[in-house]
Design a protein around this ligand. Structure first.
Ligand SMILES: Cc1cc2nc3c(=O)[nH]c(=O)nc-3n(C[C@H](O)[C@H](O)[C@H](O)COP(=O)(O)OP(=O)(O)OC[C@H]3O[C@@H](n4cnc5c(N)ncnc54)[C@H](O)[C@@H]3O)c2cc1C
Length: 542
């Protein structure tokens, strides 16, 4: 007889996507279970670049205080061409979300902190050493069968276990237990080899890179880290060097067809590879792994009541540093929608909007990562010479140069379909650009104190009126009207309008300030909660 659990949402996989989603879902009051086949959070050398959007979500979950000191904040990237010549120096321009546009972090540390956050959320039940084995769809629920191995466990922090020298992937031995999870919805965050995706028969579109890379993580690197990642597009052995906080540093080298992955991972081969960049005597090799990247996207993100997120839905080479960041976007985009539908505050149309918004942007990021890879990995002497000349040539065209050096090729989502409405008539031209994008997060002055905007907004939907004198007027969590001064003037273009802001901080719509009711009405057929929300807010604002 299987041990059974009944919850609102089952999350499969405790990578960064699953842990983020599980925490967010629990924060919206749902009963959530997370199952993971490994015994704890991950300790593999993977993501190291985080976007401002990811850090905003981490801040929302309350872990930035611990994550921040472990990060190298506000970094850029420097591209070196043939002969080691700098061909481009890039840095995200003008970040508006309250965090630097690009920063370096350590994936196991982020996962460990997300795991610790999960352990203190009472309505989030963790089941490690537990693998999903079968999925049964029903009209109003899903049954996921799973196998637990060894003692029932709530898992451990893989980053800490890794530091202690233990093998975090040592599989539990012992008796197998059959488990059964009955959930209203299932969120599959089970990674690139997703069991769920295969079980549901969802195909992957795209290809696999032919090149293999070796990734080497070092500890105890002396000196101050340089504030940029270096891409050595040298036409011989392409390499990437990424600094980190606390003496951490990542090296990645392309391998050639004739090179054996195992031999190249041996300490003496690694020492030879990094000796061009680094005094190898003084550092510690934390780990090395050979990987082949995929550039693929799931045909669809939903089957019945099961949804895909993170690497289960899209796989991309690491050159644009977008894989994990896309997964965190997915987690933030789906969590509030599931909560709204389960709490009868929205129709299922909102769930379909998840794919409508997220899949096209993920597909763009897959394509971009592939293109950057092609630029970095090229070893053809003629093509690399032309490449360098073209990149250097952009310096004489200011607009193109800004596009390149400001990393504008790394487009943040701008949703035009999904849970968004076009700007209502009368919205000034420049203000229209707020719709469908993430809400800027300036520091604001309110009630005699300076604070970040997110700290004042209420959980859930918000309306923000942008009034003359850089004033933002909204209702806080306690139901009080707040008038805050936007110190950065980032909202100035929207003066005289009202913004409708979703629980994931995306602007669902914008209207002239006196059209608030009309704006809310536009979305209330999907997000039914807005019908009454509108009345409440109008009364509050008198
Ligand atoms: C070398 C390298 C560098 C990278 N650099 C970056 C970067 O700089 N920036 C960036 O954004 N991304 C980067 N990435 C990508 C990033 O690491 C991934 O996109 C990210 O880990 C995906 O997270 P996830 O939670 O979706 O999946 P995963 O981290 O793969 O987690 C999936 C989890 O599901 C579990 N699971 C699988 N099957 C089952 C089952 N049947 N039952 C229960 N559990 C199951 C797995 O054990 C795993 O823990 C890099 C990747 C690599 C390899």
């Amino acid at each position: 007889m299987a041990q059974s659990h009944e919850i609102d949402v089952l999350v499969i996989g405790s990578g960064p996507t699953g842990l983020t989603a599980a925490n967010l879902l629990a924060d919206s009051g749902l009963q959530v279970a997370l199952i993971e086949k490994n015994p704890g959070s991950g300790d593999e050398p993977r993501a190291i670049s985080a976007t401002d959007e990811t850090l905003r979500v981490m801040s929302h979950l309350g872990i930035m205080g611990q994550l921040g000191p472990e990060m190298l904040m506000d970094t850029g990237a420097r591209y070196f061409g043939l002969g080691g010549k700098v061909i481009a120096d890039v840095r995200p321009g003008n970040p508006r979300l309250g965090q630097p546009g690009k920063s370096q972090f350590d994936q196991p540390i982020m996962e460990g902190l997300l795991y610790e956050a999960a352990t203190v959320r009472q309505n989030l039940h963790l089941h490690y050493n537990t693998a999903a084995t079968k999925i049964e769809q029903h009209a109003d629920h899903v049954i996921v069968h799973a196998t637990g191995t060894g003692e029932a466990t709530t898992g451990f922090n893989g980053a800490k276990t890794g530091d202690s020298g233990q093998d975090p992937y040592a599989q539990a031995a012992g008796q197998e237990t059959a488990l059964e999870f009955k959930a209203k919805w299932v969120l599959a965050c089970d990674g690139g080899k997703s069991f769920t995706r295969r079980e549901l028969g969802i195909g992957l579109q795209g290809s696999t890179q032919t090149e293999r890379w070796i990734v080497v993580d070092l500890l105890d690197v002396p000196g101050n880290p340089e504030p940029f990642a270096s891409f050595h597009c040298n036409g011989q052995r392409p390499a990437v060097v990424v600094p980190g906080a606390g003496g951490r540093r990542r090296y990645e080298f392309m391998l050639f067809d004739h090179e054996d992955g195992e031999q190249m991972s041996a300490p003496e081969s690694i020492a030879t590879l990094i000796s061009d960049f680094q005094d190898t005597e003084v550092v510690t090799i934390r780990r090395a792994a050979v990987y082949t990247a995929h550039q693929r996207i799931a045909e669809r993100y939903r089957e019945g009541r099961v949804l895909l997120a993170g690497d289960a839905a899209h796989l991309m080479p690491p050159f644009a540093g977008q894989g994990l960041n896309a997964g965190i976007r997915d987690a933030a985009a789906i969590s509030w929608r599931l909560a709204a539908v389960i709490n009868s505050e929205a129709t299922e149309a909102l769930i379909d909007d998840y794919e409508a918004e997220r899949r096209p942007h993920a597909a763009q990021m897959v394509k971009l990562s592939k293109r950057i890879g092609a630029v970095v990995m090229n070893t053809n002497p003629i093509i690399t010479r032309i490449r360098d000349a073209v990149v250097i040539g952009t310096r004489i065209i200011p607009r193109l140069n800004r596009w390149l050096t400001g990393m504008r090729f790394l487009k943040q989502p701008h949703y035009t379909t999904g849970t968004v409405v076009p700007p209502l008539a009368g919205v000034p031209h420049l203000a229209q650009d707020f719709a469908g994008r993430m809400l800027p997060q300036p520091a604001v002055n309110a009630n005699g104190a300076t604070t970040m905007l997110d700290d004042l907004l209420s959980a859930g939907w918000n309306t923000i009126e942008v009034a003359a004198g850089h004033q933002l007027v909204f209702t806080n969590q306690e139901g009080d009207t707040v008038t805050a001064t936007d110190t950065s003037r980032v909202f100035d273009a929207a003066t005289g309008t009202v913004l409708l802001v979703r629980p994931d901080y995306y602007v669902a719509g914008i209207a002239p300030a006196n059209e608030r009711a009309q704006l809310l009405k536009q979305l209330s057929s999907k997000a039914t909660v807005l019908a009454t929300f509108g009345v409440a807010k109008q009364n509050t604002h008198g």
